[in-house]
Design a protein around this ligand. Sequence first.
Ligand SMILES: [Cu+2]
Length: 294
Amino acid sequence: MRRMGRFLLACMALVALAAGVPAFAGTATAPDTSGIKIDGEYGPWLPPNIAANDNAHKVDLLIDVVHVFMVVLFVGWGIFFVYCLVRFRARPGHKANPKPVKGKVSKYAEIGVALFEAGLLIGISVPVWASVKNDLPLDKNPVHVRVVAEQFQWNFHYPGPDGKFGPTSPEFLDTATNPVGVDRSDPDGKDDIVISEFHIPVNRPVIVQISSKDVIHSFFVPVLRIKQDAIPGMSIPVWFEAGKTGNYEVACAQLCGSNHYSMRAVMVVESAEAFEAWVAEKSKPPEEFDDDDL
Ligand SMILES: [Cu+2]
């Protein structure tokens, strides 16, 4: 009986952990390594959600529903398991009956679970993913950014004030000065910005085209519930909209090599004016060397 008590206690602790009860789960602080200051409180459950569009909130709804559903299933099956242990325990005068059970309860329960899961998939998952991937808000004056991953950093390529990306080619690649190989001699490439800090304006849609120079990485912005693999040879669009200014984390969510853990960037969400000023400043050509400065 003591063993049974320990088993029940372990079950309760697991259920409490799954449900995120602070007494069991504790609280985590926002990660703050490599000098990146991250805004927003990380509680015992999900990271803060700063998205201004619906998709990220539907992702949270899906995570909540799935976890509550898992707790219900876990507790339900746990109770049934304990019931079976007690009800069918070996004892004098009882013989095991190998004949299958004829009752239909378990069959209907399984069908119910499958239907509920199908509802989640068809009702939430597929529409949200279709929106993130297909319904690009091209008519809402979006910001376009190319995201190019490499071991072990994120490169963000902005078209600059002219709104046109300059052509890129491996022949212009230079790890230190031109990590995405922009053709600076092309008129469209002269004002392009290539930088390791991700700046976006608040309350304006952003469309990122995600790619990689080497292995498969994964562009992960926890506070926007965005996660998309970066695959060499492909340019994959994803859109989102941030509704709160601040500094937030961009991480790599794909084990991409020995320094994968350090593949982070900061996402600065700022006002429209601050963003325009940042673009204007960063797109200035480097100042000409002047003999008079000597
Ligand atoms: Cu990576």
